[in-house]
Design a protein around this ligand. Structure first.
Ligand code: ASC
Length: 128
């Protein structure tokens, strides 16, 4: 368990930072901003799938204030938040599987689904 609320906030923010870096690099490859390297892409997808499991644990009660962009709405609609987090993990897992295929359409679709999970949650539960 976290000793202090700030520990939980830092934990989830750290995980999100690592997710954003890995996911962003995958996006750069899919958008042609850098060459597509199937091995690197797949390794990053594996990273995102593993990392996607981490932040949820950091959303403990009492962490809607302080140095956080998390909105109190998370704890008001916790069941919806939880289901969106679960969908994110599922989408990230599916992306890691798709990344091992050589089907660019499947990869792009799985990437889009994961990005929609990111955005879908941010739109409702993150300060802008
Ligand atoms: C990213 C990132 C997000 C998501 C989101 C997807 O690379 O940092 O928060 O993708 O923009 O729509």
């Amino acid at each position: 368990n976290f000793e202090k609320p700030t520990d939980a906030i830092e934990y989830r923010q750290s995980a999100f930072s690592l997710i954003a870096y890995n996911f962003g690099d995958m996006g750069a490859m899919l958008k042609g901003k850098k060459p597509f390297d199937a091995g690197v892409f797949s390794a990053r997808a594996d990273n995102v799938a593993a990392l996607s499991k981490l932040p949820h644990e950091g959303f403990i009660d009492g962490t809607d204030t302080g140095d956080t962009e998390a909105l109190a709405k998370i704890w008001q609609d916790k069941a919806d938040f939880d289901s969106k987090m679960t969908a994110f993990k599922d989408n990230a897992a599916a992306l890691a599987v798709a990344a091992k295929s050589s089907d660019q359409n499947q990869i792009k679709q799985a990437f889009a689904n994961t990005g929609k999970s990111c955005k879908g949650c941010h739109d409702v539960y993150k300060k802008d």
